[in-house]
Design a protein around this ligand. Structure first.
Ligand code: NAP
Length: 345
């Protein structure tokens, strides 16, 4: 790493400032580890894109996503955590202290590392999506839905995120069409029922978006849908099978097709990741990764539950595990022959 080492060695650096990172920061700060939280490209994480959180324990009337993370940050700061804007480009984890190279070029050193870098919205790969993202194409209905008052819009996906987006958009849009690549939703029964019962929401089964129409000047003006009665039409098209193609006029398109974990900065390290990039941690209730001293928390290591409350839970576990690891390491260092000699002199 050719960049400048700007500070001393931290006890623990937490990468990510969503619920998992904040919870880890509260625990690490209360243990007097003076953690540094690197806020990442989306400070506050995915909750900042949510309006109301109804299922976080302790808030019977719900709580705003932004408010929840803001309160978490204040709580961590109260115990001595510090926050810094910064995105980790590369990590060097051969031995502790570990080195983290930030996009600014600065390098930070830390004895223990908590990776709580979360997951980002997945894109579907439709033609023109790079150009149109932010111009009528969005991955966040709660952020951009209000721009589509009176529009017809598409929501892509069949999981809880897509249902949530569709239900939110139904408050503003004239019509919402959920486009799903199979004929069966992945969403939970309660979310699926709410969407099906909403009169503004329609479903297009066995369909996928292949192209987005419009320009940055006009915004989204439509999309091309491909359909095959057996589902997964784009894969069939790639296999040379014939699919039905239809152009639809819409003023907005929302992706709700899941997330990808933000672990690219660990690509050159020995931290193990699964085939989709999720951190592999030790089996059972553990946050340890394949590299001693590196711990995972939140959505970056959890492809299954992905809830704010579980992220907070694993965040606290990662901080407790980091604290134990640092203590064990300090004891080991004290009992080395060199340390014993020093103590006896
Ligand atoms: P998900 O459950 O993984 O669903 C993703 C959906 O997108 C699936 O229907 C999938 O189709 C489809 N999809 C994926 N890639 C696609 C592509 N390239 N083109 C077209 N369609 C594609 O993700 P999620 O909905 O974000 O939910 C993630 C987790 O968060 C779940 O555990 C969920 O319960 C939870 N969650 C809960 C709530 C809530 O309760 N309020 C809200 C949001 C999320 P297939 O079904 O064919 O795979």
């Amino acid at each position: 790493m050719g960049a400048t080492h700007t500070e001393g060695v931290y006890h623990v650096v937490i990468v990510g400032s969503g619920v998992a990172g904040l919870s880890a920061a509260v625990y690490a700060a209360r243990a007097d580890l003076e953690p540094l939280v690197l806020e990442g490209p989306e400070p506050g994480g995915q909750l900042t894109l949510t309006t109301e959180v109804e299922n976080y324990l302790g808030f019977p009337d719900g709580v705003g996503g932004m408010e929840l993370v803001q309160r978490g940050k204040e709580q961590a700061e109260r115990f001595g955590a510090t926050f810094r804007h910064g995105v980790v480009e590369r990590a060097s984890l051969e031995e502790s202290p570990f080195a983290l190279e930030l996009s600014s070029g600065d390098v930070l050193e830390t004895r223990a590392l908590v990776v709580a870098s979360g997951a980002s919205a997945r894109w579907v790969g439709a033609t023109n999506e790079d150009e149109m993202m932010g111009y009528g194409l969005s991955t966040c209905a709660t952020c951009d839905g209000a721009f589509h008052r009176g529009d017809d819009v598409l929501v892509i996906g069949g999981g809880d995120s897509a249902m949530e987006e569709a239900l939110f958009l139904a408050k503003f849009a004239d019509s919402v069409t959920v486009v799903h690549r199979r004929d069966e939703l992945r969403a939970s029964d309660i979310m699926a029922r709410r969407a099906r019962e909403n009169e503004s929401i329609e479903f297009r089964w066995n369909a996928e978006l292949s192209e987005i129409h419009g320009s940055q000047e006009t915004g989204v003006t439509g999309g091309t849908l491909v359909t095959h009665p057996a589902g997964h039409p784009r894969a069939r098209l790639e296999d040379g099978k014939s699919v039905e193609t239809e152009r639809v006029d819409v003023g907005g398109i929302f992706y709700g097709v899941g997330h990808v974990p933000n672990t690219e900065f660990l690509a050159e390290t020995s931290v193990e990741r699964d085939e989709t990039g999720y951190l592999r941690t030790e089996p059972g209730m553990a946050t340890e990764t394949a590299v001693p001293g590196v711990f995972g928390a939140g959505d970056v290591m959890d492809p299954d539950y992905r809830q704010a409350i579980t992220a907070a839970g694993t965040g606290s576990m990662a901080a407790l595990d980091a604290e134990s690891w640092l203590e064990e390491r300090a004891l080991e260092e004290e009992s080395t022959p060199a340390a014993a000699l020093e103590a006896s002199q």
